[in-house]
Design a protein around this ligand. Structure first.
Ligand SMILES: [Zn+2]
Length: 162
């Protein structure tokens, strides 16, 4: 991208829509503008965050104002990437109590057999939440077919569910 200070993976923020789902792409930084989503008439408002690459403090403030503007409007959050899962864990107030809206999210897995470390998509209903904590499902390694588990402590990674 000529003339841009973003290079390679640091794609500038933009929105697209496919069917009834709004896709957020790139970094949630100074260029973040979510006003088209606040104005959108969709019920529920379905957001796919799988292509979000990073977020900074300005983007965090904008995101927080966005969730406040949405109020209690019906909302679905799909494919939350690791950077936003961490934000939700550390600053749940940014999401204005809408962690109920998370339908799916990415989580790091580790294959003990071949050391493959994929980020895998989990559906919310695959996570078992009890008074003892969170249990994530096993997945099968695509490279060597060995069952593999989450690479991190589930109670830490899914803290926002507890
Ligand atoms: Zn493997």
């Amino acid at each position: 991208m000529k003339g841009s200070r973003y290079t390679g993976v640091m794609a500038a923020f933009h929105l697209t829509k496919t069917k009834d789902v709004h896709y957020l792409h790139g970094g949630l930084t100074e260029a973040l503008d979510l006003s088209p989503l606040v104005a959108a008439a969709d019920v529920p408002l379905k957001l796919n965050l799988g292509a979000v690459t990073q977020i900074n403090s300005v983007g965090t403030r904008t995101l927080g104002q966005f969730f406040k503007d949405l109020g209690a409007r019906p909302l679905e959050l799909h494919e939350l990437p690791g950077v936003l899962v961490e934000l939700l864990n550390v600053f749940p107030q940014v999401f204005n109590g809408r962690q109920d809206a998370v339908q799916s999210l990415y989580a790091p897995y580790l294959c003990d057999s071949c050391q493959e470390k994929p980020e895998l998509l989990l559906r919310r209903q695959e996570l078992k939440v009890t008074t003892r904590g969170v249990t994530a499902p096993l997945r099968t390694c695509r490279r060597c077919a060995t069952p593999m588990a989450l690479a991190v402590e589930p109670d830490d990674y899914f803290l926002f569910l507890l």
